[in-house]
Design a protein around this ligand. Structure first.
Ligand SMILES: [Zn+2]
Length: 426
C-alpha cells in the first residue's frame, strides 16, 4: 500500500540516527532505518533533526500582536502591563481579536508550533475575548491544538463579576481553570481563590493552570496552597503553577520544604523565561534579580517542568515571534542550564513536557502516534537551540503545512567554501 509520506534519514531527539518515518492515514505507520515502500511524497531529511511539534504551554492569545494599543508600557512592569490591558479591553472587538489570533497561529505553524495553551481574560462581562478565542480554536483545529484557560486577569475576588464570568466561560467550552492569587487584595483572599478554583476544577473534572506568585515578593507563597489543594482534592497530574517567580527570591530553607510538597502533590511547574527576565527585578537596583523560578532544583525533585512563551508583541512584551527555540535558548541562559543534559531538558521543556501537561493525545514520534512533526535545519536538539534552527518542513497529520528554505549563506572569500553549512553536530 502506498504511503502518504516517507521521511528518509532523520535524526531523532533521543539521538537515534538514520531513521525513516512512514506515514499513512495521518499516523506514523513505521519508523526504522531502510524502509522500502512507495510514497506519494518523499522528504530527504539528510541527517537533520525531526522532532515532535513544539508546544507552548503558556500564552495570551487575546492580547497578542496588540503592541502599542492604545499606548506602550513605559515602566516595563507587570502592573503597568495589566493597567494597559485594562485600557485596551473596552476597545477590543471580536473581529480584531480573531484576526490577530489567526495571524499569530500562522506565525506559530510556520515555526512548527502546533499546540498552544492560551489563557483568556474573563474579567469582562461581555466575555468578548472568550467568544473570539473559542471561534479561533474551531477555525485552527485542523492544524493547531488550542487549549483555553479561563483567566481572571483582574482577580477572581478582586474583580467584580469574575466568579460568575469564570463559570460562564467554562460553560461556553473553555477547558482549564485559571487564577491569579498574588493579584488578589490580600494573601488570605489569594489562598481562598486557589481553594475555590481547585474545588471548581475538581467538580467539573477539569485541569488547573494558575498564574501563581508572579512577583519578586519572597513571601508570596500561593504555590504552597496550590500544592496542598491538589493533594487534598486528588488532582495529581492535572494542576500546573505558572511563573512561580517569587520562588527565585524565597528563603532557601523554606524552598527545601516546599519542593518535596510540590513533588508529592504532582503539581507541574511552568516558567516563562523571556517574560520573567524582562518583567521581574524591575524594582531592584543592583544586583537585579532574574526572576525565573528554580527549574534545575525542581527537576532534581522530580517535578514536571515546562517552558512557555507567554507574550508576543503585547502590553507586557514588545518582541517575540512564536519561536519556542528562542524560549528554550533564554531558559538555558537565565537558568544556568548549560550542561548537555540540561540543554536537552530545555528542548523537552518546549516539546514533550508541555504536551504531557496539556494532556495531548497521540503526541510523539513512535508508530501509532499522530503524524505531526518538524524537520529542523539542525543536527540535534542542542544544535537546534543554538541556531534557533530553520523549520524546513512542518507536518500535521501527514500533510506538509509549512516549509521554509534552508539557511545557506553564500560566501565570497578567497580560498574558502562558496557556501556555509550552519549546522554542526554538538
Ligand atoms: Zn501569563
Amino acid at each position: 500500500m502506498t504511503l502518504d509520506l516517507l521521511v528518509r534519514n532523520a535524526v531523532l531527539p533521543d539521538g537515534r540516527t538514520g531513521q525513516d518515518i512512514a506515514v499513512r492515514g495521518g499516523r506514523i505507520a513505521e519508523m526504522r532505518p531502510g524502509i522500502e515502500a512507495e510514497a506519494t511524497r518523499v522528504i530527504d531529511a539528510a541527517g537533520h533533526l525531526v522532532s515532535p511539534p513544539f508546544v507552548d504551554i503558556h500564552f495570551h492569545m487575546d492580547a497578542t500582536l496588540s503592541l502599542g494599543l492604545p499606548r506602550l508600557n513605559q515602566s516595563g512592569t507587570l502592573l503597568e502591563g495589566i493597567a494597559l490591558w485594562g485600557e485596551l479591553k473596552p476597545l477590543l472587538t471580536h473581529e480584531a481579536i480573531v484576526e490577530r489570533a489567526l495571524h499569530y497561529c500562522d506565525m506559530a505553524v510556520a515555526q512548527g508550533l502546533l499546540a498552544i495553551r492560551s489563557h483568556v481574560d474573563v474579567c469582562d462581562d461581555r466575555l468578548l475575548a472568550v467568544d473570539a478565542l473559542l471561534d479561533v480554536k474551531r477555525r485552527v483545529q485542523p492544524y493547531l491544538d488550542l487549549q483555553l484557560v479561563a483567566f481572571p486577569q483582574d482577580g477572581y475576588y478582586r474583580s467584580p463579576g469574575a466568579v460568575e464570568n469564570l463559570k460562564r466561560a467554562l460553560d461556553k467550552g473553555v477547558e482549564v481553570v485559571g487564577g491569579i492569587p498574588h493579584f488578589e487584595r490580600t494573601m488570605a483572599d489569594g489562598a481562598a481563590s486557589v481553594r475555590a478554583l481547585c474545588e471548581l476544577a475538581a467538580e467539573r473534572g477539569l485541569r488547573v493552570d494558575m498564574h501563581c506568585d508572579e512577583t519578586d515578593d519572597p513571601l508570596s507563597r500561593h504555590i504552597e496552597t496550590l500544592a496542598y489543594e491538589t493533594q487534598r482534592l486528588g488532582l495529581r497530574g492535572r494542576v500546573a503553577g505558572s511563573h512561580l517567580t517569587s520562588m527565585h527570591s524565597m528563603d532557601n530553607y523554606y524552598v527545601s520544604k516546599l519542593l518535596p510538597l510540590m513533588a508529592e502533590a504532582g503539581v507541574a511547574a511552568i516558567a516563562n523565561p523571556l517574560i520573567n527576565i524582562v518583567i521581574q527585578g524591575r524594582h531592584d537596583t543592583y544586583p537585579k534579580r532574574r526572576g525565573m523560578t528554580r527549574i534545575p532544583e525542581m527537576r532534581a525533585q522530580g517535578i514536571l517542568c515546562a517552558l512557555g512563551h507567554d507574550c508576543v508583541m503585547d502590553p507586557w512584551y514588545s518582541l517575540g515571534s512564536g519561536d519556542m527555540l528562542e524560549v528554550a535558548h533564554m531558559a538555558v541562559h537565565v537558568g544556568h542550564m548549560t550542561s548537555r543534559e540540561a540543554m536537552g531538558f530545555c528542548f523537552d521543556a518546549v516539546t514533550k513536557n508541555p504536551a504531557s501537561i496539556m494532556g495531548l493525545d497521540g503526541y510523539g514520534l513512535a508508530p501509532g502516534c499522530n503524524a505531526d512533526f518538524v524537520l529542523l535545519q539542525a543536527r540535534d536538539p542542542i544544535d537546534a537551540i543554538r541556531l534557533k534552527a530553520t523549520r524546513l518542513a512542518v507536518v500535521r497529520r501527514g500533510r506538509v503545512i509549512a516549509e521554509t528554505p534552508a539557511r545557506i549563506p553564500a560566501l565570497a572569500l578567497e580560498g574558502r567554501p562558496a557556501t556555509l553549512d550552519v549546522t554542526l553536530a554538538s
